[in-house]
Design a binder for this molecule. Structure first.
Ligand SMILES: Cc1ncc(COP(=O)(O)O)c(C=O)c1O
Length: 408
């Protein structure tokens, strides 16, 4: 068979035309490709902790395999994990969920996917503050619905204000999608920030909230995590509280996400899952029971390491000419402005017109892979993931400083 076979016209779905492949995954792949070609490239695109999965979690998975826990499980997840999720929500968030109100999925991404496929129709709107995690608008569009993007500002700490939310809501709004600490800015919302948003939502009973709390445990300088159903219990009946094991427990490859929410919606989401991925991997579910119920001390230890790296990166980037890097409250990303480099010429002779050019020229000149802000819906910025060693970060920031110094 020829490898260059072309697909018949109209073969691909219209839904595919509404989405683009994840730009963050594309940057990581580009960095890997260049490294395979022998180039000296530092990839700062990956959104995953560089720490290994803790041993006790790995051991729980080994034991599950030995017990032959290798078959299909219930679509919603094993009872042991659903119970551990309820305990987690109670212990860490003060939220009461019954096991029947929980769903386990192959990743937090799959939770969002299930929730939106189960509820969105063409014409429905989903309010998404920008900059946003790259997958949000595409999942909404895959469902035929419309993302309503609300651009936050650096001055507001990249947080959506109550006024902005009130303006974005229409009779067609079905969901607000909130993510804090944020990928890509690291911005977090205090209980007071959330309360202000909740006050707006109370006036609009048709709007549900999906809160992506994936980076809950990666917070700095004593910032206290809050989630909206806890801050405003009157929103509990229309909130899906989503979380997962990927970031807190360094388990990105295990694919475990979960949520708590109203039982009828959980049933609808499970129906979608039953006809798609069926369930999260059985062995991963057992590992997740240990993650959520076992020792938790390493989470704080790892967050302290991330905080040191944040301080290093923020300080070094603010010494790069034309770069301004705010200090985020959490997650493992910084979102610096490259406004001061726009209009300048790179070593290639090309003029930097926008953040996409900035990222491309930086990669070409210095071999540092970052993700351009346009991918997250707010320019001119770029995202750096500092989930890598101090040495690598120092080297990468030195290269960025040199790149900026060489712009003319
Ligand atoms: C904000 C946010 N939500 C969800 C996810 C998805 O996580 P998972 O690996 O559980 O699918 C990510 C992963 O990068 C993320 O950054």
């Amino acid at each position: 068979m020829s490898g260059s076979l072309t697909l018949p016209a109209g073969f691909l779905s219209k839904a595919l035309g509404r989405i683009k492949p994840s730009p963050t995954i594309a940057v990581s792949q580009k960095a890997r490709d260049l490294i395979a070609q022998g180039r000296d490239v530092i990839g700062l695109g990956a959104g995953e902790p560089d720490f290994p999965t803790p041993d006790n979690i790995k051991q729980a998975a080994f034991r599950a395999i030995e017990r032959n826990e290798t078959r299909y499980t219930a679509v919603e997840g094993i009872p042991e994990l659903r119970k551990a999720i309820c305990d987690k929500f109670k212990r860490e968030n003060g939220l009461d969920y019954k096991p029947a109100q929980t769903l386990v999925a192959p990743g937090g991404k799959a939770i969002i996917f299930n929730a939106f496929v189960a509820t969105l129709n063409p014409g429905d709107e989903v309010v998404i503050p920008a900059p946003y995690w790259v997958s949000y608008p595409d999942i909404v569009q895959l469902c035929g619905a419309t993302p309503v993007i609300v651009e936050t500002t650096e001055g507001d700490g990249f947080r959506m204000t109550a006024q902005q939310l009130a303006k974005a809501i229409t009779p067609k709004t079905k969901w607000l999608l909130l993510n804090a600490p944020s990928n890509p800015t690291g911005a977090a919302y205090s209980a007071a920030h959330l309360k202000a948003l909740a006050t707006v939502l109370l006036d609009h009973p048709q709007v549900w909230v999906l809160t992506d709390d994936m980076y809950e445990h990666i917070l700095y300088d004593g910032f206290e995590f809050a989630t909206i159903a806890q801050v405003e219990p009157r929103l509990y009946p229309r909130t899906v509280t989503m979380n997962g094991c990927s970031k807190a427990y360094s388990m990105t490859g295990w694919r475990i996400g979960y949520c708590g929410g109203p039982e009828p919606l959980i049933k609808a989401m499970a129906a979608i899952q039953s006809q798609s991925t069926t369930m999260a991997t059985s062995v991963s579910q057992w590992a997740a029971v240990e993650a959520l119920s076992g020792p938790q001390h390493f989470i704080k230890e790892r967050a302290a390491i991330f905080q040191k790296r944040r301080d290093l990166v923020v300080s070094m980037l603010n010494q790069a000419r034309g770069i301004k890097c705010p200090k985020p409250e959490g997650a493992f990303y910084v979102y610096p402005s490259c406004a001061g480099t726009i209009g300048k010429s790179a070593p290639s002779g090309n003029v930097i017109r926008n953040d996409e050019d900035f990222a491309a020229e930086l990669l070409a000149a210095e071999g540092v892979a970052v993700v351009h802000g346009a991918a997250f819906g707010l320019s001119p910025y770029f995202r750096i993931s500092y989930a890598t060693s101090d040495d690598v970060l120092e080297k990468a920031c030195q290269r960025i400083q040199r790149f900026c110094a060489n712009l003319r």
